[in-house]
Design a protein around this ligand. Structure first.
Ligand code: PLP
Ligand code: COI
Length: 355
């Protein structure tokens, strides 16, 4: 199946909610546009691509997604430029990761161009829902789940692919106080950390809640084996400027290969900054904070954008970093990425997919 043959049936809503939506008060992930895209997988193929009014989906309570977690998702953003142009940021990368997740969870893949075109069709129809405002965007949430009503532990033969979109504001409102997690594990080698599996997020909730109760905003996960090396930060990749070099964990099987991470690395390389994708120990991080060589620390993600770390705690000791507003690297990254996304800067890498 290719885009040339992708046929999407469109049924428009009889009542748009656009006029009654408060665009001055957009919490992340709570407002959805008028429509959604749905498609079915059965008999070994994807079919019934449809855009329908946003709303509930009827399903059997026995579907295996609910019992055994055969479910995963993606996160992408669309932006409105000053001249009204609409662009989606690097959806081709998400298409590749979508299929990596599908393969890990024993679920069917979707041709990359079908994935991108299905999203673009929905964004196009609901383009009026994209906020034309700094730090705001349309969040795109494609996901897939298993729909066989069968309680045997076996890969489902049927699936649903759904795309939701909605206007969003910032995910984090302030620099983060971070706990370095050395008890709980997000992902182990051989596991599914590199997939955007729903279960990975379920596993993070109890540790996240405990950290919140202790007064933290986020967790930085460490490796499952020794709890010695830094991995990811909540729903973002953890990135650091240490001794003038950009350091981040290698995108191996415990790490989600972030699109924002890849973008930051590409820009750093453009600017002649050395990039090290390697193991970074918690001890090295603490040492860098002590001797002043750790000049920047942030989470990088689609929802999180560039989320500065204000301080982190290791073994009960809190390490405070420089004022986030004064950090050269992360502020330049944030500004440069935004300029590209909102169409103000030159898109030299061809990252914007114009709708
Ligand atoms: N790591 C995790 C666990 C995430 O949930 C996300 C969010 O998508 C990221 C990293 C960052 O990935 P991306 O930049 O592709 O959004
Ligand atoms: C994203 O950045 O797209 C994410 O998936 C984060 C989400 C879990 C809130």
């Amino acid at each position: 199946m290719t885009t040339d043959t992708l046929d999407i049936k469109i049924t428009k809503t009889a009542h748009s909610r656009l006029a009654e939506t408060d665009f001055d008060n957009l919490p992340f992930g709570k407002v959805f546009s008028d429509h959604m895209l749905v498609a079915d997988y059965a008999d070994g193929e994807w079919k019934n691509f449809e855009i329908v009014p946003y709303g509930p989906i009827a399903m059997s309570p026995a579907i295996s997604a609910l019992h055994y977690g055969q479910a995963f998702f993606e996160g992408i953003k669309a932006y409105k430029h000053e001249d009204g142009t609409v662009s989606i940021f690097r959806p081709d990368k998400n298409a590749i990761r979508f299929n990596k997740s599908a393969e890990r969870l024993c679920m069917p893949t979707i041709p990359e161009d079908v994935f991108v075109q299905s999203i673009a069709a929905l964004v196009d129809l609901d383009r009026e829902w994209i906020p034309a405002k700094e730090n705001h965007a349309m969040y795109i949430r494609p996901f897939m789940f298993a729909t066989d009503p069968y309680l045997g532990v076996t890969p489902s033969a049927t699936y649903k692919y759904v795309v939701l979109v909605g206007p969003v504001g910032p995910y984090f409102s302030k620099p983060l106080r971070v706990k370095i997690e050395t008890h709980y594990t997000r992902a182990a080698e051989g596991g599914m950390g590199y997939a955007k599996a729903a279960g990975n997020y379920a596993a993070s909730m109890l540790p996240g809640r405990k950290a919140a109760e202790e007064g933290f905003d986020q967790l930085i996960w460490t490796d499952a084996k020794e709890h010695k090396y830094v991995e990811e930060m909540g729903a973002a990749n953890a990135m650091f400027l240490l001794d003038g070099k950009l350091v981040t964990a290698e995108a191996k099987d415990t790490i989600l290969d972030g699109v924002t991470r890849d973008t930051v690395i590409a820009l750093a390389k453009d600017w002649g900054i050395d990039v090290e994708e390697r193991k970074l120990s918690v001890a090295e991080l603490a040492e860098g904070a002590k001797n002043g060589k750790l000049t920047d620390a942030f989470g990088a993600g689609t929802a999180a954008t560039i989320a500065p770390v204000a301080s982190f705690v290791v073994d009960g000791e809190e390490y405070f970093l420089s004022d986030p507003a004064s950090r050269e690297f992360s502020n330049k990254i944030f500004k440069t990425m935004d300029a590209i996304k909102y169409g103000r800067g030159e898109d030299t890498h061809g990252w914007n997919y114009i709708v």
